[in-house]
Design a protein around this ligand. Structure first.
Ligand code: HEM
Length: 531
């Protein structure tokens, strides 16, 4: 009743006015007390409902009426998971993140990923909706299935073709970032900015073409849009109780934030002349135009040629919405995980030398001598770097991911898992990365799964893009990440290139985070040109 009332109450308000009111309410002491009281009431109702509903699985006892088990989880997610799994088994209910949640581990994760009634995109939108937050157009005009379909059709099959361009642009990115590295070497505070710049440059050359990849403003958005726009959201724990308010807040940020406006403006300004030029030339069937396909394709051209631009949307705006979606799906994810693998190597200097040795062997077998540079890499050659692939998979397996990938039951019925757990309509099931990536039965291996073993997956038929219940880093089933081949190839190329060109070393300890807030390790490092 109360939730329904609040739902109606919010939906009957003008969004902008409501948001203004909410912002001013939340900025006063009385307002915060009011919101906290409302959150307490909501929480009490939800806890009451959850105890009355039959859940078909054991529950984590609720530790606080207001926050449920969230503080215990946030304090030490690994300890939370170990404790409750030991006590309750692989599937249990918990009051987490402002709502009742079913946490699913083991073989039953399949039943979440492979059931069409569970929807990850709908599950994540409650807390993070790219369309709203980045003012990225109407979801109906660019639905996720269209975006995913286009990646599958236009990106993955063309990877062999894009490899050379990616290498060329990674090199440009490296040069722009480091300049000429002197013989005595160069020191850096952190890996992320370097990897981020290289990923932005190479990704832009594939998504919008080599010409636009020279545009500094566009590259700035490829690098910084996700972090800057994401930071506008900030932690607002009391909003976790109010999905509608959360969405209003994202909508408000999208419409009013200066950071969002800056990135959208610079993306549109960069894209506009290219989009207009290409559309004009296509319309006039001008065979002389500098068609990107003559120099190779790019993803922007695929969008323009798809004939899918809705008639009521300005083509530049539509392409800008596409690029915004691409930036959110592809850029930070790849930079972050490239950084992680890089730090694992800095932390294991012997592996760096092994990987150089592996490169030399593969290149020799391909008919090259040891002096060649990374420009000779092809997709085929990169695929033969099996030790490096294992390092990347092992890095991803051990990432500090805990309970994640919320999947919303979008049907109007209760879904019962094979172990008996019931997820009612409108509720979310979370997948337990942490357990599946460390469980001996799931991994089908027994040697210490809590430690980093770089060559664990060599000759195991488990490469870094092979998904399954033992590797849910990219999800699973028909919605598994369609960009994973591109992401992994980019990460592999960056690492292989850096190893081939420089001797890399950590300058002090490398620290891997264990919280659920940041996945990025830190530590200083040095590069010295190889002779
Ligand atoms: C290391 C980098 C990346 C990671 C860790 C990652 C991870 C994920 C995960 C966990 C999902 C959800 C899968 C599921 O629901 O089962 C996903 C979906 C998706 N990813 Fe990625 N991703 C990465 C890079 C990329 C790149 C480079 C692209 C685009 C070129 C991309 C495009 C997408 C799209 C379009 C979806 C939605 C698929 C659908 O709903 O059908 N991702 N990704």
């Amino acid at each position: 009743m109360l939730t329904q009332y609040i739902h109606n109450f919010i939906n009957n308000f003008d969004q902008k006015k409501t948001m203004d009111q909410l912002q001013s309410v939340a900025s006063t002491k009385e307002g915060v007390i009011g919101l906290a009281t409302a959150a307490l009431l909501m929480s009490t109702v939800a806890v009451y409902k959850s105890t009355r509903n039959d859940r078909g699985c054991p529950q984590v006892p609720n530790q606080s009426f207001l926050w449920g088990s969230t503080p215990e989880y946030r304090k030490d997610p690994a300890a939370f998971i170990q404790k409750w799994e030991k006590e309750l088994g692989p599937v249990y209910g918990a009051y987490l993140f402002g709502q009742y949640t079913t946490v699913v581990s083991g073989h039953q994760v399949r039943e979440i990923f492979l059931n069409d009634d569970f929807d990850f995109i709908a599950g994540i939108r409650r807390d993070f909706d790219t369309n709203l937050l980045a003012n990225g157009g109407d979801l109906k005009d660019l639905p996720t299935h269209k975006f995913a379909g286009s990646i599958k059709k236009n990106l993955s099959p063309k990877l062999p073709f894009y490899t050379g361009r990616v290498i060329e642009h990674l090199k440009i990115g490296l040069k722009e970032f480091c300049g000429d590295v002197p013989d005595e070497g160069m020191e850096f505070d952190h890996v992320y900015p370097l990897v981020q710049h290289m990923v932005a440059k190479a990704s832009a050359s594939v998504f919008v073409g080599p010409e636009l990849a020279k545009n500094e403003q566009l590259i700035d958005s490829f690098k910084n849009m996700v972090l800057e726009v994401g930071s506008e959201l900030g932690p607002k724990p009391y909003l976790e109780f109010f999905p509608n308010l959360m969405r209003l807040r994202m909508w408000f940020i999208g419409k009013t934030s200066k950071k969002v406006k800056r990135h959208r403006d610079q993306l549109c300004a960069a894209l506009k002349p290219q989009v207009e030029y290409r559309l004009n030339a296509m319309k006039e069937n001008d065979s002389n135009w500098d068609r990107p396909v003559s120099k190779g394709q790019d993803f922007l051209q695929d969008i323009l040629e798809s004939g899918d631009i809705p008639a009521h949307v300005d083509p530049t705006e539509h392409c800008c919405d596409w690029v915004t979606q691409i930036i959110f799906a592809a850029l930070h994810t790849t930079s972050e995980n490239g950084t992680l693998s890089f730090y694992r190597l800095l932390d294991n200097p012997q592996v760096l030398e092994d990987l150089m040795e592996e490169q030399n062997q593969v290149l020799e077998e391909a008919g090259y001598d040891k002096t060649v540079g990374p420009e000779v890499f092809t997709r085929e050659i990169l695929n033969k770097f099996v030790k490096m692939d294992s390092v990347i998979r092992e890095t991803s397996r051990l990432r500090n991911d805990y309970i994640g990938l919320p999947h919303l039951n979008t049907s109007n019925k209760t879904i019962t898992l094979s172990g008996g757990a019931m997820i009612h309509a409108g509720e979310r099931a979370y997948v337990n990365f942490y357990s599946n990536h460390r469980d001996e039965n799931i991994q089908k291996m027994s040697d210490d799964l809590t430690t980093f073993k770089p060559y664990r997956f060599v000759n195991q038929d488990k490469n870094s893009t092979k998904i399954g219940e033992d590797f849910i880093f990219f999800g699973m089933g028909k919605h598994a990440c369609p960009g994973r081949w591109f992401a992994i190839q980019e990460i592999k190329t960056i690492i292989a290139m850096m190893i081939r060109s420089y001797q890399l070393s950590a300058l002090g300890p490398v620290t891997f985070p264990t919280s659920d807030y940041s996945r990025i390790p830190y530590g200083r490092f040095k590069i010295v040109p190889r002779k």
